[in-house]
Design a protein around this ligand. Structure first.
Ligand code: SF4
Length: 250
């Protein structure tokens, strides 16, 4: 039985060339579906604002972050202003985003660091962005790609889930750094930022975490998740048929 499962698993594994081919198909299909997809955080191309909004978006919807940020940036329009802001006031403004105490402290500290270490100008290298406390590769790649046009995979929860289902790696993989490394070799650099924005919309419309709409999905013809489900269904049916034949013979 273990050997049978291993064989089935192997049959569903894609070669590097197949992954690149499917990656290109997914890129094209998503571009057709969502030609104008942009980051749903409305930072107006300002990297400092994008950093702050990305930090506020943890466990909060992007729509709420956009709403809250309007008041936040009208009260504190620059890194200098936010760095000098009263914690109580920042907390009050961002409260609807949740985890407001820790978020208020983080965004004020990051603004202060930006002013003190970088003269108020957001850096444009991965290494420097990662030097901000709490900033990981996901936020760094978002800023690099959206503001500076430097390619990068934003391995957020939607991207990780959907690309696993498409067969680029094991569906159970949840490590964003490994996902980023794998996808960087599959999705063309010039497509990476837009691909990641589009896949968020695709996750909302089709490939939801629960109950994905596989029957209507425009990527079902290349999806490993669907192929695996069909293979499992077929072998279950064959097994049932076998049992029926055996009991008729007995
Ligand atoms: S076929 Fe289903 S699992 Fe595969 S990408 Fe589409 S919605 Fe997701």
């Amino acid at each position: 039985m273990a050997e049978k499962n291993k064989t089935k698993k192997r049959a569903l594994q894609l070669t590097k060339a197949e992954k690149i081919r499917i990656g290109q198909i997914a890129t094209d299909v998503l571009r057709d579906l969502y030609p104008d997809a942009v980051c749903s955080l409305d930072s107006s191309g300002d990297p400092w604002r994008l950093l702050i909004m990305a930090r506020l978006s943890a466990q909060c919807t992007d729509a709420r972050v956009n709403e809250v940020s309007r008041e936040l940036f009208s009260r504190f329009p620059t890194p200098e202003a936010l760095a000098a802001g009263e914690l109580d006031e920042i907390e009050r403004i961002i409260k609807p985003c949740g985890l407001y105490r820790v978020k208020a402290k983080n965004i004020r500290d990051e603004s202060a660091m930006l002013v003190e270490r970088f003269g108020g100008v957001m850096p444009n290298t991965m290494e420097e962005l990662l030097s901000f406390p709490g900033v990981g590769r996901k936020i760094a790649n978002l800023i690099l790609g959206d503001v500076y046009g430097i390619p990068g995979i934003v391995a957020d929860t939607h991207c990780i889930r959907i690309c696993g289902r498409l067969g680029f790696y094991e569906e159970t993989l949840r490590d964003p750094v490994r996902v980023e490394r794998i996808l960087s070799e599959i999705i063309k650099p010039e497509e990476q930022s837009a691909f990641c924005h589009r896949i968020v919309l695709f996750g909302r419309d089709f490939c939801r975490a629960r109950s994905p709409r596989c029957d209507e999905c425009p990527l079902s013809f290349v999806c490993a998740h669907i192929k695996a489900a069909k293979t499992a269904e077929a072998s279950k049916a064959a097994e049932a048929e076998n049992k029926r034949n055996m009991s008729q013979k007995a």
